[in-house]
Design a protein around this ligand. Sequence first.
Ligand SMILES: [Zn+2]
Length: 259
Amino acid sequence: MIVVFVFILGLFIGSFLNVVILRLHRQESFVKGASKCLFCGHRLYPKDLVPFFSYFYLKGRCRYCRQKFSSQYPLMELATAIIFSLIFLNIAPNGDIALLGLKEIAQIFDWWALAGFLLIIFVYDLKYYLILDNVIWPALVLAIVVNLFLGFIWLDLLLAMLIGGGFFLAQFVISKGRWIGGGDIRLGLLMGAILGYPHILTALFIAYVLGSLLSLWLLLVSKKGWKDKVPFGTFLSLATWLTMLYGQELVNWYWSLFL
Ligand SMILES: [Zn+2]
């Protein structure tokens, strides 16, 4: 039952993340100011802002000027709600919060917050081909502090950050900055701080499998050539989230294919 509340919370957080992405892009404060329609500037009221449902109720259009909203908004809200529920059920499988200790509760909030940062990186890099430093640094500090509290060994975290950052730094140096940007290096550091060693390796592997599959598909339908920009941050954030939740299961499954 409580997972229903978690799902609804996720819808609202997803709605907030949409606002954060929009206002980061327009370099506005995302805590101050009322929500306005992007097209006509009409103030939006709570009845226009019910996450997920108002999009369908209004048939994806502004109530005032009838311009179409991006389908990113309901998709983001739904994705956040599903991810929040999966995280909650991963840590509290029977949905009973009375059985949770302080560390489990800290982990739920930590993973929710990190999933929020990763969702912003995912969408922002896909839309604008940019990984923002003011998203990376707070996430990095949060990941390190909470992981140390949860009992990670600091040397494992440091090693993982060196591997994650170093992996992209090496490619940056070899390609003279043509394949990847500085944002990918800093995202590599963050991946290490979130996952620790050895799961940083799992995440890098998953990211490259996802990236290769998508590139292959894009080549086959000939929408994009190799020279086109690839939003690495999108693959990396998805791979980080998958590893965060299912890293051990994915490793076990992978080895079972060969044994
Ligand atoms: Zn409007």
